[in-house]
Design a protein around this ligand. Structure first.
Ligand code: SAM
Length: 248
């Protein structure tokens, strides 16, 4: 049946994505720096400023990988002495979480303020209305069903809770998009091969970026999941975008 076919295709994508991140887990942080020329750090800092944690923030960071977003959150609340905050990191890949746990110990974060939970963004292992903030950074485009990810985000957020997504997007200027495409398709897989000894995962990375919906389309999808006051902001001419919405 058509339905049966879809199911096979979906689980294939999930397995493929799983394998990609299993293969890259240990080189993941180095590769991020190499491919974005370090700029991903600035995007993530801006993402955290946009969240602007306050007292009692209970954050769920989905597809949290090796902890980049969660650690920024903890640094922010420690630096500004914001009380009673907690982050839960969830990721489908235990290898990525393991790298994150080691980093977390090296960075001396209190284990009381951080929890790690293996889980699928499309079927979160948490009860309804559990968190008041939800982040997903460079994760949603790897998921098979974006609509499921969004409805799950809505479900686990409390009323008043905020959804924030940082993801690669489309450039505002066509000529810039062309140059960026040349870089992506010709340089990134080569860097993957040279630095990490792997071509395929990095080719996949570039393809998944091109296939992800444009800013406006993605905004509509977030609204369709029930979120209100949905907006987005482009960073670096739209190389990435931050989408925001509230469960009201
Ligand atoms: N958020 C981190 C960051 O910004 O550095 C990690 C981003 S990494 C590019 C994407 C992550 O998404 C990987 O760790 C991968 O295992 C995870 N992932 C892929 N599909 C997922 C799913 N369906 N549910 C949860 N995590 C998923």
């Amino acid at each position: 049946t058509h339905f049966g076919f879809e199911t096979v295709k979906e689980s294939e994508k999930q397995q493929k994505v799983h394998k990609v991140f299993e293969n890259v887990a240990k080189d993941y942080d180095l590769m991020n720096d190499a491919m974005s020329l370090g700029i991903h750090r600035i995007w993530k800092d801006q993402f955290m400023c946009k969240l602007g944690p306050v007292e009692n923030t209970k954050l769920l960071d989905v597809a949290g990988g090796t902890g980049d977003i969660a650690f920024r959150f903890l640094k922010y609340v420690n630096e500004y002495k914001i009380k009673n905050c907690h982050v839960t990191i969830t990721d489908i890949n235990a290898h990525m979480l393991d790298v994150g746990k080691t980093r977390s110990r090296q960075l001396n974060f209190s284990p009381d303020s951080i929890a790690w939970q293996e889980g699928n963004a499309e079927e979160l292992p948490f009860q309804d209305n559990t968190f008041n903030a939800y982040t997903i950074a460079f994760g949603i485009r790897n998921c098979t069903r974006i609509d499921k990810v969004l409805s799950e985000a809505y479900r686990v957020l409390q009323p008043g809770g905020r959804f924030l997504c940082l993801e690669f997007s489309q450039l505002e200027i066509a000529a810039a998009q062309w140059i960026y495409d040349q870089y992506s398709f010709q340089v990134i897989p080569v860097l993957g091969q040279l630095l990490a000894g792997q071509w395929k995962p990095y080719q996949y990375l570039v393809e998944s970026i091109r296939q992800f919906p444009k800013q406006e389309t993605f905004k509509t999808m977030i609204e369709e999941a029930g979120f209100r006051q949905v907006s987005y902001e482009n960073l670096t001419l739209g190389v990435v975008a931050i989408h925001s919405g509230f469960k009201l």
